[in-house]
Design a protein around this ligand. Structure first.
Ligand SMILES: O=C(O)C(=O)CO
Length: 275
């Protein structure tokens, strides 16, 4: 049995390098994560474009290989995140770009051994029919699911907070899409921070349908900072998830309050490398 260092659960942690260690250039973050004790990391889409050029991809892969960490999760290209975009899955008119972004992410995932891809659903578009957007979402998710299946990977769908026009706010919103889609390798990404901010019932989310949860992420609320800075009983929810059968990883995905390395003090060093 692994040393749980006082933790009430044995779920393994992976460090999200799109929010933690962002004071460092992208290509230095994997080594910082390794030095901090993590053996697995995840990223949002680490490039500005859906299909980055070969040199950019090679440099990214080299940074990960140099660090000796596993990449266990990648987001698909989401559009302009800083400008408010939250994914292309339901973005009418950008179907070709979505397909190309999926192909390039899967190719990168195959190279890195990454088998989980976060497909941000996309915002409601002013003037567009929401039902039409959802219909496009189903066909785009089917395409992504098939592409992922070819490398034995899965897709996760994430409720988000802080984005008014993003329609997936709760786990139930995602269940509705998954029920219509009917593809076993498409699951819920339960980010406990986003769900809490949106008023979802975390006691239910962490105990019911846990077999359909593909990934869990954590940050405290309010604030989206490290555990202990807010009021969420993160440890309690992770224990509930494990008790209910969840055996996946926990993404450490928060905006550090202070320097990233210091912000990790809530997690004993010996708990960071179990992934
Ligand atoms: O946009 C966010 O907040 C995310 O968590 C994306 O994965």
């Amino acid at each position: 049995m692994a040393d749980l260092a006082g933790s009430r659960h044995a779920l393994p942690y992976v460090l999200n390098l799109s929010l933690v260690f962002t004071e460092l250039p992208l290509l230095d973050r994997a080594e910082a994560a390794r030095a901090a004790g993590f053996t697995a990391v995840e990223y949002w889409w680490p490039f500005e474009t859906p299909v980055p050029d070969a040199a950019e991809v090679d440099a990214f892969v080299a940074s990960v290989e140099r660090a000796g960490v596993a990449v266990t999760g990648l987001n698909f290209f989401p559009g302009d995140m800083a400008g408010g975009d939250r994914g292309l899955v339901t973005w009418t008119g950008r179907e070709d770009e979505f397909a190309r972004s999926v192909a390039s992410a899967i190719e990168l995932g195959e190279r890195l051994g990454c088998r989980r891809f976060n497909a941000l659903y996309g915002n409601r578009i002013d003037g567009a029919d929401p039902a039409g957007q959802d219909k496009l979402g189903l066909s785009n998710l089917a395409l992504a699911s098939d592409a992922a299946a070819r490398i034995d990977a899965e897709i996760v769908l994430e409720p988000l907070s802080g984005a008014e026009k993003y329609p997936l706010k709760t786990a139930a919103d995602v269940w509705e899409v998954l029920d219509e889609l009917g593809q076993d390798n498409v699951k819920l990404l339960a980010d406990l921070y986003h769900l809490a901010v949106n008023g979802d019932d975390l006691d239910t989310v962490t105990t019911v349908h846990t077999g359909r949860i593909g990934h869990v992420q954590i940050a405290d609320a309010p604030g989206r900072h490290q555990p202990g800075t807010g009021t969420l009983d993160i440890e309690g929810y992770l224990e509930k998830l494990q008790t209910a059968g969840y055996r996946g990883q926990v993404g450490v995905e928060y905006k550090p309050d202070g320097p990233s390395a210091d912000s990790l003090s809530w997690l004993p060093f010996e708990r960071r490398g179990l992934a």
